[in-house]
Ligand binder design. Sequence first.
Ligand SMILES: Cc1ncc(COP(=O)(O)O)c(C=O)c1O
Length: 388
Amino acid sequence: MTTATELYARALGLIPGGVNSPVRAMKAMGLGAPIFAARGDGAYLEDVDGHRYLDWVLSWGPLIFGHADPETVEAVVAAARRGTTFGTATEAEVELAAEIVDAVPSVEMVRLVSSGTEAAMTALRLARAATGREPFVRFRGGYHGHADPFLSEAGSGVRTLGIEAGGEGRVVDFNDLDGVERAIDGAACVFVEPVAGNMGVVPPAPGFLEGLRRLCDESGALLVFDEVITGFRVARGGAQERYRVLPDLTVLGKIVGGGLPLAAFGGRADLMERLAPAGDVYQAGTLSGNPLATAAGLSVVRRLTSDVYDELERKGERLDRGLTPFGRFERVGAMATLFVDDYPAVFRHLLERGIYLAPSQNEAMFLSTAHGDEEIDRTIQAVADFFA
Ligand SMILES: Cc1ncc(COP(=O)(O)O)c(C=O)c1O
C-alpha cells in the first residue's frame, strides 16, 4: 500500500470525498487516490511516495513561475516573520492595488479578497446594487466559483461530476451573441470568462467580446469579466488587454495572489465607490489583503514583463505544433486544452509516464516559465506514444 492510498483511505473518513476541492478527485479518470503532494519545484511536483510528475495543473493556474519560485518563497517568509495577519491596513495592500490598477486596463479601483468565489460573488452584488436590477446573464459551462447564483449549468467540477445545482441568471451558450441579445433585457450585468477556461479552453469568437460590450451599453447592463484564470496569464492586463475590450468590473484571482489565497475585484471608480465603507454595498473579510498573500502577489506581479509573455507565447506555439495532430488543441497564451475522445485514457497514459494533466477535460493546461522545451517535448512525445 502506498502512502497516498493510506492517506486517501483515512481522508475518505474525515473529508467528504477525501478532498477539499472536488476537482482534485480522480474519480472521473477511473482512478482512486488523488495526488498527495509533498513538494514542488519549477514545473515538477513530487508526491508523498516520491513519484515525480511534470505538472501541467500548477495548482489550477496561480503558479506562473512554477512551484516554490525562490523569489516568491523569500517574500512570503520575510512577510511571515513580520506577522501573518493584522486585520488592519498595510502598505503592501496599497502597493498591490497600485500594481493591479496599472496592469489591468479597465480597473481604476480594486478590493482584495481571499478567493475567486468571494470576488465573483461580490462583483455580482455590486452590479445588482449599481443597476437596481436582479437578473443577470451568464454562460453555460462558465465557472465563477461556488456562490449560489453561479452554480447551475456551471463548468469545472460541477460539469465533470455532472452535478445539477440550482442557480440564478439567464444562461446562454458561450459565443452566442444572439442568445445574449434575447436574454439581456433588464439584466444587471453580463458575467463572462472572456476566454472560457472551465469547459476546457474556448477562445472568444471574433467580435464576441465587442458584441457583449455593445449589448451591455445598449441595455444598461454592466459587463463583468471574470479574469480569475486569464488575468496576468493571457497578457499582463488579462484578456481585456489582449482583446482590447474593456469591462465595467473585473474579477481576478490565481496569479495575482502568487499561489497564496488572494483574489480581487475592481473596475470603474464610480462603481467601486459603492462598496462599504465608502458606500452602502457591504463586503468584508478577516484575512482580506493578508500580508503573506500580498507579499507573494507583489513579488510575482512585479516581474511580469512583456518578456515573460513573449516567452510563454513561444512555448505555447511549440505546444500547438506538437499537439494539434492529436485532437482539437485550443490555446490562448499560457492556457490550453487538448480535446480528445477518450480523455481519461490519455490522462492515465500520461500519469503513468510521470506527466500530470488536469483530471478533467473541462480544465486547462497551464504553462509556466519553468516549463522548458524539454518538458514540452516530453509531453508531446507521451501523447504521440498514446496514439501510436
Ligand atoms: C474563472 C473562475 N472564476 C472564479 C473561480 C473561483 O475561484 P476560487 O477557486 O479562488 O474560489 C475560478 C476557480 O477556478 C475560476 O476559474
